[in-house]
Design a protein around this ligand. Structure first.
Ligand SMILES: [Fe+2]
Length: 242
């Protein structure tokens, strides 16, 4: 089965942002994903209108999809748009759980009101209970990265309490296949809690890669991840859409 991951759409009422989303979805449609996850920052301005435009596009995919908020999202407006679908009855936290073809998808709202960093701490009890509720293989997704990226200036906005999050994941055994996130607008791969950890490329403009004071002028096109789950094995593919 194929789970497509979109991240950091940053819709703002302009056609340019939605054009980038349409380009990515245009690539995705023929792949007929079994599910789509969106790891936050769907809209950064004109939130109400932007969520309606994003939702219309996600609805047109014809498969289940799951969304968590990021730091530039508006919790009230995003709940207005998607709340009925995900059973969100209050503005915080906006966690989500789905099950598609024997794979569990747990979306964790690690955002902190008024801040760009995240914090897994307040969600750990909920996550532990959700993980204990089923032994199906599980993919966890959230907005802020709980692992250091090493990118200059980007790790101050990390997801705090990564150690606590790792402990909950480790305690759940091997049912947690991987954790994936967004937020830094660059695709990357590492290990977290002894598992695969990924970050999806952004739909909106990418950040340049800056490592140890060195940087490239190259700015990447919009992209997405495709998580392919087969025979108990998860392989994550990066796709850039020019
Ligand atoms: Fe973000």
């Amino acid at each position: 089965m194929i789970v497509a991951q979109l991240s950091d759409i940053h819709a703002n009422g302009s056609g340019e942002r939605l054009d980038r989303l349409d380009k990515v979805l245009g690539w995705l449609h023929p792949m007929r994903p079994d599910a789509v996850i969106v790891s936050g920052d769907l809209a950064e301005e004109a939130h109400d209108r932007s969520y309606r435009a994003v939702k219309e596009r996600l609805d047109s995919l014809g498969c289940p999809y799951f969304v968590v908020p990021g730091n530039v999202d508006d919790h009230s407006d995003i709940r207005q748009a998607f709340g009925d679908r995900f059973g969100w009855t209050s503005n915080r936290p906006l966690n989500v759980v789905g099950e598609v073809d024997g794979l569990r998808l747990i979306g964790l709202d690690v955002t902190v009101e008024g801040a760009h960093h995240g914090d897994a701490g307040p969600q750990l009890e909920w996550l532990a209970a959700e993980l204990a509720a089923s032994d199906l293989p599980t993919l966890i997704f959230q907005h802020q990265h709980p692992f250091p990226t090493g990118i200059d200036g980007k790790d101050r906005n990390i997801c705090f309490n990564g150690e606590g999050l790792a402990a909950v994941i480790e305690a759940a055994g091997d049912r947690v296949l991987a954790l994936t996130c967004g937020h830094v607008h660059r695709p990357m791969f590492t290990r977290f809690a002894g598992r695969q950890a990924t970050m999806a490329p952004s739909v909106t403009k990418a950040n340049r890669l800056r490592l140890d004071g060195r940087e490239s002028e190259i700015v990447d096109p919009p992209g997405l991840l495709l998580h392919h789950f087969a025979g108990g094995n998860l392989v994550s593919h990066v796709v850039m859409v020019d």
